[in-house]
Design a protein around this ligand. Structure first.
Ligand code: 5AD
Ligand code: SF4
Length: 444
């Protein structure tokens, strides 16, 4: 863990329970760069861990807060900031009232929510326009959106949303990228029209939480308007969070032929205990019901997911629940990761970190199942005629490479002039990575 860069002062009132809780709070905040200091003066973060046993104790807290307020003001005048948190039983009992009575208080947090302190503090900083990024490297693996542009110009990415408000406990993105932010509809439409005019037939809307797109009409509204653009025949979007998969967006999948039947909807794990520790805001059951609803709207939709194995506290039975969920959903594609401890994230401070050999073994088992599903899905296309958008020449002379509606790579023999066109292809075989087929008619 890196050396502390920020000062944390915790004042503990009352019982032994509070002493223990204060230590826990220090523990969850240490990964964020907070080291303890003995006095509130000059502290970046002040936590009063309060006790509610007697009336007098509550009054003592308010009088302490009056004193802290002066220090906060002095710090502000010096160009620095101080975040003031009231925790403990007074927080529980009085709630937001405390912030009304003493405006120097930024955050009130009850004993049930201490594990969320990093999230709550990050949110507080965001409201003030500050970011908590100082302790996170800028080139985080899971942070950046893909920016690759297709050189053939037949397909293109278009960023519509950035940032994340979800605070999954393993993830750096909410801290490094900041809050969810959406581009206005009109600027997106203008860019899409321009791309279509330049020959782009398929766009993939990008966002860390793309289906939380908050421009007018939401992502469904945006898709409906994009679908009206001449020449834009295919629309995709990635990545989505289950919590933002609203009815309107599901309905758009039934309604818009341009919206491709492929959905990347990460679930991460299949055990409710782990999902809760991940702060995922869904259960295995609610995810399965959601997939059911999406398939009711668009029965042929291909589902893809992200998975993390070896999250802290993951036991064999939890991992089995992930395999079970994968069997129930049936994925056409997936990305799976070994849990990686990201300094500064709440999960990095959790007990029960899983040994690397165990993670390795679980990842191998999960991948074997996911590979098998992907292979089966691809093989099931044999004999069908699929519209394929040809993107580029294939690896061998005379070969073309394109994509099916389900995002499968498709290889056929055909002339280069078909690049940029959507052409029916009779699929002959499907392997793990791609489909092989023949042009249905040589007329295009
Ligand atoms: N460890 C492992 N996988 C992670 N991801 C994000 N953070 C971590 C981490 N700390 C994965 C999630 C997410 C994808 C983009 O990266 O599965 O959906
Ligand atoms: Fe990270 Fe995605 Fe969770 Fe946001 S929703 S915190 S980007 S994993």
């Amino acid at each position: 863990m890196s050396a502390p860069t920020k000062r944390l002062y915790i004042k503990t009132y009352g019982c032994q329970m509070n002493v223990y809780d204060s230590e826990r709070m220090a523990d969850v905040l240490a990964p964020l760069g907070y080291g303890m200091t003995d006095e509130p003066e000059g502290a970046d973060l002040v936590v009063l861990n309060t006790c509610h046993i007697r009336e007098k104790a509550t009054e003592k807290v308010y009088s302490e807060l009056g004193y802290i307020k002066q220090m906060k003001q002095a710090r502000a005048e010096a160009g620095a900031s101080m975040t003031v948190v009231v925790a403990g039983c007074v927080a529980q009992a009085e709630g937001e009232q405390i912030m009304i009575r003493q405006q120097a208080v930024d955050l009130v947090v009850g004993p049930q929510a201490y594990h969320q302190l990093p999230e709550l503090i990050a949110r507080t900083h965001r409201k003030r326009g500050e970011r908590l990024a100082a302790d996170f490297a800028a080139d985080e693996k899971f942070d950046a959106l893909p920016v690759e542009r297709n050189p053939t110009g037949v397909t293109a990415f278009l960023t519509v949303q950035e940032g994340c408000d979800k605070f999954c406990t393993f993830c750096v993105v909410p801290y490094t990228r900041g809050g969810e932010w959406s581009r206005p509809v009109e600027t997106i439409l203008a860019e899409a029209r321009d791309l279509a005019a330049k020959g782009v037939r398929e766009i993939t809307l990008l966002g860390q939480n793309v289906n939380a797109y908050a421009g007018e009409g939401g992502l469904a509204g945006l898709a409906r308007r994009l679908a009206k653009i001449e020449g834009l025949d295919r629309i995709r979007y990635t990545t989505s969070h289950p919590a933002d998969m609203g009815d309107d967006l599901i309905a758009a999948h039934a309604e818009l032929p341009q919206l491709m039947p492929y959905l990347h909807l990460p679930v991460q794990a299949g055990s409710d205990k782990i999902l809760k520790a991940m702060n995922r805001a869904h259960t295995a059951e609610s995810y399965l019901r959601l997939v059911e609803k999406i398939r009711a709207a668009r029965p042929d939709i291909a589902m893809a997911g992200d998975f993390i194995v070896g999250f802290p506290g993951e036991r064999d039975a939890d991992f089995e629940a992930t395999l079970q969920l994968v069997r129930e959903v049936g994925y056409a594609g997936a990305f799976s990761f070994k849990y990686s401890r990201r300094p500064g994230t709440p999960a990095s401070a959790l007990p029960g970190q899983v040994a690397d050999e165990v993670k390795e073994e679980r990842l191998a088992r999960l991948n074997a199942l996911l590979d098998e599903q992907q292979r089966a899905f691809n093989a099931s296309q044999a004999g069908k005629v699929l519209p394929v958008l040809f993107e580029r020449p294939g690896r061998h002379p005379g070969q073309l490479s394109g994509r099916s509606p389900y995002l499968q790579a498709v290889h056929v023999d055909g002339p280069d002039r078909l690049i940029g066109q959507i052409v029916p292809v009779r699929i002959e075989a499907g392997s793990k990575m791609s489909l092989a087929g023949v042009l249905e008619m040589e007329t295009a």
